[in-house]
Write a protein that binds this ligand. Structure first.
Ligand SMILES: *Cc1c(COP(=O)(O)O)cnc(C)c1O
Length: 390
């Protein structure tokens, strides 16, 4: 392997995307010899910083980290040490948390449709807060988790989020009200409402319409005799990938103002961030495995692709890259960036302007900490990158 000191073409643009301290820590890590790619570096300090920032501007709020964004055991241990709550969906995620002894009071599940196995396991572990959006799910919970606390999922506009979720889950206000009463009749404890504005939501006004709908439901429920106490505003806070985004502080100040205007003083607020906790703490370290000119295009093949880490690139997430270059080869070219597998679906990005790397050289992919490894498979025999906390 390459043991020469590595030089990277770092531009101001890059340090506008991830913080300098995260980047320099990663570059320092790469000074060592015998680096074997691919891997994901996760900056502990960044996760810590995000964990303390999120929720700070919303009164009476508690943060439950959405485990699916990055369930690496060391990341989970860090979140545990930071005393975060956890939002989970499955038996696998519950097993992970139980393996390090996270108390059931710090765990909720906002998956509206849960497996029988998960419901049983959650019951025996003592998890007691759950989302739902159907009578069928209320029936299931009444059977396995009698008396548990439930919150109904509303559908809300997802415009302006780069990873919309609204089409799968949630119901309209009238149906949601019916479901609250249905749950109560089944012996469950209907405590609140939830929604998800869509992941990587860069339009802070999405939360306005969502909170309007939640408020309308809140009032209908109260008129008819159910007093709600819990407002779960889901996830969706964005991070920087290729451009600036509205910051979490501004989003939360807006949300907090709206909550104070609309909801009772003592409303309990839950926030379920995933991407914003871990995304910009992660930097992928990948190698160029080959270059080719095919037709009019320059193809750049690297050892992480759509199947082993960069799945979100096919849904529209674009990343920023830093290339290891020799000093002579710093002129830029337009590349089609692809992963290592033989599947033509394995295209990460097209028309990426990058300096020409050498085959065997490194490419860093910024903001790679969320929804990457958790999506990865070993398709075609290419390994899932390991995660290293720095
Ligand atoms: C995925 C998910 C989240 C986290 O969303 P981010 O956009 O990563 O913040 C929160 N809540 C629920 C119910 C989810 O499914």
């Amino acid at each position: 392997m390459n043991s020469m000191p590595k030089t990277f073409k770092v531009e101001k643009y890059h340090t506008d995307i991830v913080s300098k301290s995260t980047l320099f820590k990663a570059l320092k890590y790469l000074d060592r010899k015998n680096i074997e790619t691919p891997f994901l570096l996760m900056d502990r300090e960044k996760v810590k910083e995000k964990a303390s920032l999120i929720g700070q501007n919303i009164r009476n709020s508690k943060v439950f980290y959405a485990v699916k964004a990055n369930p690496d055991i060391e990341v989970i241990k860090l979140a545990d040490k930071l005393n975060m709550g956890f939002e989970i969906a499955s038996e696998g995620e519950l097993k992970l948390l139980s393996s390090i002894g996270v108390e059931p009071e710090r765990i909720i599940s906002s998956n509206p449709v849960k497996t029988f196995k998960f419901l049983k396991m959650a019951a025996s572990y003592g998890v007691s807060y759950f989302a739902y959006d159907s009578e069928d799910e209320a029936d299931k919970m009444a059977r396995f988790l009698p008396g548990c606390h439930v919150y109904v999922r509303l559908t809300v506009p997802n415009e302006g989020s780069e990873w919309p979720l609204s089409k799968k889950f949630g119901v309209e206000i009238d149906k949601a009200a019916e479901l609250l009463f249905y749950a109560r009749n089944k012996g469950l404890d209907p405590v609140g409402v939830t929604f998800h504005v869509g992941s990587q939501c860069t339009n802070m006004y999405n939360w306005n319409s969502a909170l309007d709908k939640a408020k309308a439901l809140w009032d209908i429920a109260e008129e008819k005799g159910i007093k709600l106490s819990l407002l779960n505003i889901g996830g969706g806070y964005p991070i920087k990938y290729t451009k600036n985004v509205v910051d979490v502080g501004a989003i939360e100040k807006n949300i907090d103002k709206l909550i104070r205007e609309k909801f009772p003083r003592d409303v309990k607020v839950i926030i379920e961030p995933g991407r914003a906790v871990v995304g910009d703490a992660g930097i992928f370290v990948t190698s160029v495995i080959g270059k080719a000119n095919r037709g009019d295009d320059n193809w750049l093949h690297i050892d992480v692709g759509v199947f082993n880490g960069l799945m979100e690139s096919v849904g529209g997430i674009k990343y920023s890259y830093i290339v290891e270059t020799s000093r002579q080869a710093r002129h830029k070219k337009k590349w089609t960036l692809v992963g290592p597998s033989c599947d033509s679906f394995d295209v990460i990005d097209k028309n990426v302007i990058l300096p020409e790397p050498e085959t065997g050289g490194l490419i860093l992919i910024l903001s790679g900490g969320a929804y990457t490894i958790s999506y990865a498979s070993e398709f075609n025999g290419f390994s899932i990158p390991k995660t290293i906390l720095i």
